[in-house]
Design a protein around this ligand. Structure first.
Ligand code: SF4
Ligand code: SF4
Length: 373
């Protein structure tokens, strides 16, 4: 096989296997940041292949208008499996041609979470079982169970109150996608493609093959409509102020971020409302003591405590936290597609391919009411 043919063969393979977009960037172009340096996962990295699969517009529209929840959960789960499968095929192809390759996981892999301590998940399951039993009028805890409950509460709830609000991914698929020419960073920080807006999911394959990189997109498809900001219950984005991030030689202007705690509380599904009362995300949960998240730096501690309080309540709220912890510690890559349970993602999903589509999607969100708490 001729080396100069390798890029086309990789791209053809990606498309044949189901990718909607594929591009290549050099590892050097994105190695300047901790979360996008491909050498962290594969020392000696030379290139990254970025792939994307689009979300189905009908399914997204029914999710935003609250007509159908599970279809989008399955769609995200199914696309994640697709991206992993396409990535594995590309990895295999590169290895058969004498190169090293690493297929990145899709999401929920963080550098500042100790994923070796998987016992957290079983300990949390145990704690929630005991809390549920304790809450059940017809059941009584044994003395041994009561002692275990007290011990687990102290250990686990204490840990939650110290959890970091900013998680550092093992690898940023977004940086690779921008550098490989698949899209540009929009006002929301999501990657906006020319073809599908922000309605895509990304995967990446790192290799030591020196591949010819693609050009970055010359024009940013983000039209600055800020509909993403208006669709965010969390309040992560500031309306007017911006910040500049750099990827390779590009400077991208995005909405200035408030504390990530605003996003974590709503993105994670711990609450389904914050800024707006006329509509909610798909999360049925609400605040206990306040109407909105605090507007100062105390928000980080408030959100950490929110997790601990949800566990103490038991039932569905505790199950929701368990799902998040499973995702964070065990990753989502091996989970069955049916287990994916996004409740928001509106900043991404509202941003369809055309302005008309974005406007209609926004109308769907604000006219679809609330999921009952
Ligand atoms: S919704 Fe509008 S402003 Fe926000 S990322 Fe999409 S195009 Fe840009
Ligand atoms: S996922 Fe939801 S809460 Fe999080 S930033 Fe996007 S719109 Fe806001």
């Amino acid at each position: 096989m001729k080396e100069n043919n390798l890029e086309q063969q990789i791209k053809k393979l990606a498309i044949d296997e189901g990718a909607d977009l594929v591009g290549i960037c050099s590892a050097d172009s994105i190695k300047d940041k901790e979360f996008s340096d491909p050498n962290f996962l594969m020392p000696g990295a030379q290139s990254v292949i970025s792939i994307a699969v689009k979300l189905d517009d009908d399914i997204v529209n029914k999710y935003l208008s609250k007509e159908d929840y599970l279809a989008l959960c399955y769609e995200e789960g199914y696309i994640t499996k697709e991206l992993l499968k396409i990535g594995d095929k590309i990895k295999q192809f590169l290895e058969e041609n004498g190169f090293k390759a690493y297929r990145c996981n899709i999401n929920f892999n963080y550098r500042n979470i100790n994923t070796t301590s998987k016992s957290v998940v079983s300990a949390l399951k145990n704690l929630i079982d005991l809390i549920n039993k304790d809450n059940d009028q017809n059941l009584e805890l044994t003395e041994k169970e009561q002692n275990t409950l007290n011990m687990l509460k102290k250990l686990i709830l204490g840990g939650f109150r110290k959890s970091p609000m900013k998680l550092v991914p093992n690898f940023s698929h977004r940086c690779a996608a921008v550098a490989a020419g698949l899209g540009r960073v929009g006002w929301s920080g999501n990657i906006i493609t020319e073809e599908y807006g922000a309605r895509v999911l990304f995967g990446s394959i790192i290799t030591d093959a020196e591949l010819k990189p693609d050009n970055v997109l010359a024009n940013n498809p983000c039209i600055g409509c800020k509909i993403c900001e208006k669709s965010c219950q969390g309040g992560l984005f500031q309306k007017e102020e911006h910040e500049v991030i750099t990827i390779g030689n590009l400077e991208e202007k995005i909405a200035k971020r408030n504390s990530y705690a605003y996003c974590i509380a709503v993105c994670s599904g711990m609450v389904g409302q914050n800024k707006f009362k006329e509509w909610s995300t798909w999360s049925p949960f609400r605040f206990d003591e306040i109407d909105h998240l605090p507007l100062d730096e105390s928000v980080d501690q408030y959100v950490s405590n929110m997790y601990a309080r949800a566990i103490e309540k038991g039932g569905k709220e505790a199950e929701n936290v368990l799902r998040l912890i499973e995702n964070t510690f065990l990753g989502r890559n091996d989970k069955p597609a049916e287990d994916f349970r996004p409740t928001c993602g509106f900043c991404q999903l509202v941003c369809g391919p055309t302005l008309q589509n974005k406007k209609e999607s926004y109308e769907s969100i604000i006219n679809s009411g609330c999921i009952d708490s």
